[in-house]
Design a binder for this molecule. Sequence first.
Ligand code: WTA
Length: 646
Amino acid sequence: MLINPDPVVVENSYVKNYDQLYKESIENPEAFWEKIANELFWYKNWDKVLDWQYPYARWFVGGQTNIVANALDRHMNTPVADKVAMIWVPQDDGGVVTYTYKQLNEQVSKFANGLKSLGVKKGDKVMIYMPRVPEQFIAMLGCLKIGAVHSVVYSGFSATALKTRITDAAAKVLVCTNAYPYGKKTVPSLENVKEALKDNKSIEYVIVVERVKTGPVSDSLPPVLGDQRQAEKIASAQSGGPSSSTPVFITWQNLISKQSVQCPTEVMQSTDPAFILYTSGTTGTPKGVVHSHGGYQVGIYATLKWVFDIKPDDIFWCTADAGWITGHSYILYSPLINGITTFIYEGTPTYPDIEIWWKLIDQYKITKFYTAPTAVRSLMKFGEEPLKKYKLDSLKILGSVGEPINPEAWLWFYKYVGHEKCPIMDTWWQTETGMHMITPVPSVPLKPGSAFKPFFGVDADVVDEKGNKVPPNTQGYLIVRKPWPSMLMDVYNNSKRYHETYFEKIPNVYFSGDSAKIDEDGYYWIVGRNDDVIKVSGHRLGSAELESAFVSHPKVAEAAVIGKPDEIKGESIKAFIILKQGVTGDDVLKEELKQLVRKEIGPIATPDAIDFVDKLPKTRSGKIMRRVLKAQELGQPVGDTSTLDD
Ligand code: WTA
């Protein structure tokens, strides 16, 4: 099925001829990206567009910039300064927050000055463990403004997950909320923070946003707030004195109240790190994916602009969370760099009711709406009736990200949300790629379920294990041959993993970990991960982390975890457990194990099913063959078992 674009969409589109521009871009990617970089602000221009020393790409080398200089500063002396930068709607009525660019700049400066008052310097790491509240975004911008490196941890992750990340980053400051509303519940997030900080040596300050003002949670703030010790500690940090090993807690309000609304933006090298975002891989602990100031901003600026045809009056709603890359690139940084209004809703798609998203789209006249297949499927199950009350006529372009979108969900989204007028941009990309990689632009004919073709300047292909292109309609490994500007710079603290994960499986190319097919028309169809990463509701989880949570239970000897297709969530978690000798498995133990994984990783990682088994398929070297387990579970052929032990 081919869906042709609406003529109005084509007329408004920046890119009218995909094939021609793609050809030009790929013949000379450096010239292509340089032209885009020239649309942004640089304190000093680069000496060299790309320094490619395989497997490290360094973009705009010698250039000086700062993401914040483009996201905020450069708008200050233009009409954009008075335009709304951010609209934040809390999950329960009332208290909508809007900031113009100028107001946001002031808040960011105050927070940045607050960080400085705590002794935070260029290159220091700041953890941000927060739900979707305005302060989360202000904190992110505030860090970059002074050259500090942020690392955002998804608020749904547990204390243990937070602790691992804080330790790896050796962060100095942590920003969090005391608690936050989530549907009908209140999540006592500060409890997690306190647990994560036990025995921690690096965090000196914890900045607490009081999202929940009343009740026992706010009373549970550590008692040091505003007292003498806090003042002494800050004074001592400012004079470079010794810091004690227990962190000082300070409220956001106290930190910023007396700070100036002016703060110079730190001049950064293009290749300086802007942030670290931890993501799950095949093995071991999460990897700290490092992104730069210079290249990253160029990639995310161009992709949003062309994929969503960004115009000055756009109100862009990306429903992701800033705990994931989608939130970094397309809730915060790129919309601001493009000078448009970014819309944020604190709640979930079904709270306070299943119509909330449609209501908000009409009320705030959202023009571009970017969400995940899981959300579409979960709303689709309520049928079209709830949508019929709403006009949804402000919408111009829709987007999908995070997992493959099945044609049925695609068509429902297209028909009932977009009224067959809004093309759907199915964008394939990753934490590591920073920006959209395989994606349509609005003017091209679409096939429901296909992510179209590579973005300009992106040399992606589907190959066999030797790196040879596979014939059309044949499944292979999705790879990228040449660097792109917002490509990850490294794995923090672990360059070996950078090499092994991305550049050693198939020589000379970036290995994405996904499988795909290219059809006879050159359209890409993403099949899914070819490693042991599981995508639950678009959230990326590693089987190794899940398994290590299981085996931390005293009754568990071994564990293997697979992702099983799930109608709504994309994948659900199924675990196979070998119990220690003499232990019998029952439902009580199953429930205990589920709770354990929730506690160790977070509610999103709750397993749907647990089987107690006597043995697991392993290779002769003792590696669990999850692929075999999965095939058995799904009643599919198990494939090559030559390395299987017996
Ligand atoms: C999957 C999210 C199919 C893919 C931006 C990738 C997709 C992983 C799509 C990265 C899509 C993302 N179609 N699959 N449009 N977008 N994926 O790092 O398996 O959280 O490798 O980044 O999500 O997940 P991550």
